[in-house]
Write a protein that binds this ligand. Structure first.
Ligand code: C2E
Ligand code: MG
Ligand code: MG
Length: 517
């Protein structure tokens, strides 16, 4: 059991931590890419800003034509702007540059992209030529360029990543830096939403607005190290998960051992007849005389204390030991009070049954043989079945009918806390309803449920059932319940659970119990 708990919780925790690690890795990845994209955009703005500024300055000065003054002006512009590698004048046949011996502009050709003021030439990544500038921007007769190395340094492109100009209207992208990309990266590109970051199976794609209205700038980075990050994150969570699983296993082991030892102890207690039965008297609410008692089991612990049933009855129900307890209580009742019952034919003792007692015929047979042995009529032994225990009403009906046919009275205990609908109740062979203590407690206190007890009483009257109210602690409750039509009452107002001898005295004295209100 503990091993199963360890394995099960380890599996659940490991799976949970794997999901967590994957989620975290994905989150970190998106955050990093968003931050990187923003940084990237800032740097690109700087580069483009300088290129345009240089061009604007050249355009604004009066010189046109290649002479020493022009070359000097071009040099000055290239010198003043960190990102401008080369500035040039291209007018008809005249061509001069700030860097005449190693021009990076390449042969004159139509611009790849054009907006209102500027033209752009890209030396696409597929035609890598380190002598050519990565990007050339032109205005009028002037050109400025940024070198591939400088550009790559400034924008700090992640490994395997590419920078692309992507036409908004669709069509092939123009690579600026990095390897070429299969395009479109996802179905339905460009995405409708405004999210800058798009994740595909293999890539992180960051879309940025560009100064050129028809184009987006796109940074595409491969995602192949995600699984590694998940594995790394998971590796850190594994020891914690395993320790937690072991702790859970140890806890389960302890619980199982405790239950096993408690169940073993109960077995011994039953064997050594260490269980005790106490009797809580039941009073007629009109005459205030004792009409019967409920048998309540106790366990005499080795330290001399009496353990109440909530400590062991649920366990006994789970292990099946409750059948032995029921038989034991029944036998004890007759041994303790058989003669008292014979002398007081109107007195009855009610015995609590567990759910499993009412789904099999055993208890009727046990009762019949004990009653014959002690010569007590079956009408003096009632059986209580908690409404919560009536889960299989069909199975219970047959057994309850058999018990009644033998002459026993049958009660539904803790009424109002279970699943018994009115329709079921009509068809159930029962004699009494026992109103649960919680509804008696609520009388006069809890506005919402203080009407439940009177309602149950009216319902019982309509079904010709008698009503017992349990847990009466105050005289006012007894009076109210009596005036509403409850027939019997049980509770500390009248008496706590008593030993057999004390019950005998109470019955023999037969004094009506009325307390001050
Ligand atoms: P139950 O059959 O509803 O028994 C009534 C419980 O309420 C008893 O607790 C009783 O001592 C307590 N009680 C009675 N009057 C008052 C009162 O005025 N104030 C308060 N605060 N409590 C009151 P107990 O003896 O601890 O029994 C608890 C439950 O254990 C019982 O509820 C019954 O379901 C189960 N039980 C007791 N004896 C047996 C048994 O022999 N067999 C089975 N199967 N279950 C039993
Ligand atoms: Mg009871
Ligand atoms: Mg009860």
């Amino acid at each position: 059991m503990a091993l199963l708990a360890v394995l099960l919780s380890a599996a659940v925790l490991l799976l949970g931590s794997l999901t967590l690690a994957a989620q975290q890795a994905r989150m970190v990845e998106s955050e990093q890419m968003n931050a990187r994209g923003e940084r990237f955009l800032q740097r690109l703005e700087q580069v483009f800003g300088q290129l345009r500024q240089g061009l604007d300055q050249l355009e604004a000065q009066p010189l046109r034509g290649c002479d020493i003054a022009m070359v000097e002006t071009l040099r000055q512009v290239a010198f003043k702007h960190r990102f401008i590698y080369e500035a040039a004048f291209v007018g008809g046949r005249q061509r001069c540059s700030s860097w005449p011996r190693q021009s990076s502009l390449g042969a004159e050709r139509p611009a790849d992209i054009q907006d209102e003021a500027y033209r752009y030439w890209l030396n696409t990544a597929s035609q890598v030529n380190d002598d050519l500038a990565a990007l050339v921007v032109g205005r009028g007769y002037f050109r400025v360029s940024v070198s591939r190395g400088h550009f790559a340094d400034v924008v700090d492109l992640p490994e395997g990543g590419s920078l692309l100009f992507v036409p908004k209207a669709g069509g092939a992208p123009l690579p600026i830096l990095g390897p070429e990309h299969y395009w479109p990266p996802v179905e339905g590109w460009p995405p409708k939403d405004d999210d800058a970051l798009v994740l595909t199976e293999g890539q992180l794609i960051y879309r940025m607005p560009s100064r050129i209205p028809q184009y987006d700038l796109v940074l595409a980075v491969p995602r192949d190290d995600l699984m590694q990050k998940v594995r790394d994150g998971w590796r850190m969570l594994v020891p914690g998960s395993l320790i937690l699983a072991l702790l859970i296993g140890a806890l389960v082991l302890q619980l199982v051992r405790h239950r096993q030892s408690l169940s073993g102890e109960l077995e011994g207690a039953l064997h050594r007849r260490e269980l005790r039965v106490r009797y809580q008297p039941i009073f007629d609410l009109a005459s205030r005389r004792c009409v019967g008692a409920e048998a309540l089991v106790r366990w005499m612990r080795p330290d001399g204390t009496l353990a109440t049933p909530d400590l062991f009855v649920p366990l006994a129900e789970a292990t099946g030991q409750i059948r032995d307890i029921t038989d034991y209580v029944l036998e004890q009742v007759l041994e303790d009070l058989g003669d008292l019952l014979q002398q007081n034919p109107h007195l009855y003792i009610s015995v609590n049954l567990a759910a499993c007692d009412v789904t099999e015929p055993r208890i009727g047979q046990v009762a019949a043989s004990l009653l014959a042995q002690y010569r007590v009529p079956a009408s003096q032994i009632a059986f209580e079945i908690s409404e919560r225990g009536l889960t299989d009403i069909e199975a219970a009906r047959g057994q309850l009918m058999a018990l009644r046919a033998n002459g026993h009275r049958v009660l539904i205990d803790d009424f109002g806390t279970g699943y018994c609908s009115l329709a079921h109740l009509q068809n159930l062979p029962v004699d009494y309803l026992k109103i649960d203590k919680s509804f008696v407690d609520a009388l006069g206190h809890d506005a919402a449920s203080s009407g439940v007890a009177p309602h149950i009483i009216r319902m019982a009257h309509a079904l010709k059932l008698k009503v017992i109210a349990e847990g009466i602690e105050q005289e006012a409750q007894a009076r109210l319940l009596g005036s509403e039509g409850a027939h019997y009452g049980q509770g500390w107002l009248f008496a706590q659970p008593l030993t057999a001898d004390k019950l005998r005295t109470l019955v023999e004295q037969d004094i009506p119990v009325i307390r001050a209100a």
